[in-house]
Structure formats: structure tokens, C-alpha cells
Design a protein around this ligand. Sequence first.
Ligand SMILES: NC(=O)c1ccc[n+]([C@@H]2O[C@H](COP(=O)([O-])OP(=O)(O)OC[C@H]3O[C@@H](n4cnc5c(N)ncnc54)[C@H](O)[C@@H]3O)[C@@H](O)[C@H]2O)c1
Length: 319
Amino acid sequence: MKNILIIGGGAMGSAFTIPCLENNNKVTITEPYNKSFIKDLSSKRKYHSSLKLQLPRKLKFKIFSKNILSEKFDLIVIALSLPGIDFIGRELKDLRIKTPILILTKGLKYDKKNNKIVTIPELLNKKYNVINVSTLKGPCLAKELANKKQTNVVIANKKIKIAKWIGKQISTKYYLTEFSKDIIGIEICSAIKNIYSMIIGAGQSLNTSSGLFQKSVVEMKYLIKYFKGEEKTIYGLAGTGDLYVSAAGGRNSKMGSYLGKGYTFKTAKKKFMYRDTVEGEQLAREIAPFILKKISKKRIPLMLNLLRAIIKNKRLKLT
Ligand SMILES: NC(=O)c1ccc[n+]([C@@H]2O[C@H](COP(=O)([O-])OP(=O)(O)OC[C@H]3O[C@@H](n4cnc5c(N)ncnc54)[C@H](O)[C@@H]3O)[C@@H](O)[C@H]2O)c1
């Protein structure tokens, strides 16, 4: 039995508690930001308003404070969305925690100072001195995991022993883990699939979307090599695996479908998805300053058209 802390009580952080508890761990969840999740998790019933189910009674909730990070845990899991990464980096900075840290968050950051795209583990390490960071990615809809549907994910760390140790603590019959040393490739794939799922969603027929799927994989392959990940990662769970689930459903492909119908991003957001966070949009705004300047249009025409559609609010071109 291990002592696990999960930071982030949104859909994914809360769903992740379920296999962890089933594996007989002692699990504590904390939520630093969202009042509605704090209300759900601190209530007796533990009904999660986003997952629409009751979380196990054994799950412990603690109010977030910097002190909690220095308590003795065997594993700390970060399940905040991308805008929460700098927040948790600042909280962890210089605490010199040796506990393994596992990142569920998908996304990339633009390092303005060095004009560079960085992965979340790299950002936490270089900017906030956080050590011992692993990542877990793959096709996983939080609601499905919470309902114990079979889910396959990959855990990456250059030290494969650590990834395997984490896998042992969290795997169940329905939550199956694979391992990889290619932390960069896995981070790049799992982030950019949010943009490519918008592109695939923009196809207004299955024929069109399938063609866009194939062209997206070619562009993803180029990008993964550009950022020095391993080419084979594209064919793994964090690559085509995650691209499939995001293109088949979800908010990115829904936004893509409006862009494909000819709406501009601003109009589609205001008219149809006012309250929704579209992760592909967050990522597009983060990486556009780098990608639009540095990478040739010939190599990634779909990505560049999508970035322009969001940043410049232009109609999306798919050819
Ligand atoms: N690795 C996986 O298997 C997997 C699966 C699904 C989702 N995810 C990723 O997990 C992350 C969370 O997804 P979710 O579905 O739980 O989203 P959610 O919207 O349900 O929850 C978002 C979480 O981030 C926090 N947050 C948002 N903005 C913040 C800020 N500015 N400062 C601090 N905290 C902030 C919220 O409080 C909440 O805890 C996303 O990056 C998503 O892509 C990972």
C-alpha cells in the first residue's frame, strides 16, 4: 500500500483516484483552484459534478496548501490543466522533493526567453528545480476510466525502472500500463493531438476526415522528429492512440467541426461553446509564436492553417 497525493480534482484527477484506490493505495486528493470541485470533493457524498458519479468513500480530500507538498507521500500526481502548471511549479520550486512526480497534464509551453518550446517535465525541471518527474499519457476519457472501462496508457521516464514502479502502484485489470523512455516524444504527441483532432473534426464527411487523419499523422511524425522525440512513439498510445479518441469525440473535434463549417473561431466559441475549455485552443495560443516563425509551411500545412484560424481568427483552410 502506497500513499498517493493527487493534485487537481477535475475530471481526470478524480477519475485517476479510482484505479489507485482499487490497487489498495491510500489516496488523498487536493484541489487548488476550482471552487465547484472543492465543494464536490469535500462533501460527504463525494458526488463529482463533472464525472457525474460518486467517488469512493475511502478517498481523502485535503484543502490545498504549500504544506501538503512536504508531507510524506510515495507518489505525487499532477492532474491540473495546462494553465495550472506554472502555478504548481512555483509551489514546488526549491522544495527539493525527492518523491516521484507523475504528470497527467497534456500540453506544451513556450519559453519566451530562450525562444523554445518546452515539455511540461522539462519546464518543471529547468525553471522550478523539480526532480524525478515521469509522465503518463494515452487515450483516456476521464468518464470512461471512472466507469472502469478498459483503458491503456503509457508511462515514460528515462529511468524505466521508475516508470515500471509507478505502473505497479496504479495498474488494475481495466487500467493497463505500458512503458517508454521517450518522454519528449510522448509529451509532444499527447499535446499536439489536441490540435490535430480539431483538424480531423473539421472534415465534414468521413472521407474527408479520414484523409485529414492520415495527413495529420504525417505532420505529427515530422514534428516529433523536429523536437527530437522517437519516431516510433507516433504509432503508440500517446500518438495515434490518443489522436483517435480525441478525433472521435470531445471538445477539440467539436470546435473543429464548426471551423470546418466556415465559422471563425471567435464566432464558433461565442455561439456554440461559450463555457467550454478547448484545450487545442490553449495549446495553439501557447505554441503559435514559435511554430509560425520557425517551421516551414510545406512541412506542416494543416497545423499552420489551424494556428492562423485561431490566432488571426481567419476561416480554416483544409487544403
Ligand atoms: N494523461 C491522461 O491520461 C489524461 C487523460 C485525460 C485528460 N488529461 C489531461 O489532464 C488535464 C486535466 O483535465 P481534466 O479533464 O481533469 O480537466 P478539468 O477541467 O476537469 O480540470 C482542470 C483542473 O485544472 C485546474 N486548473 C485549471 N486552471 C488552473 C489554473 N489557472 N491554476 C491552477 N489550477 C488550474 C482545475 O482546478 C482542475 O483541477 C488536462 O491537461 C488533460 O489534457 C490527461
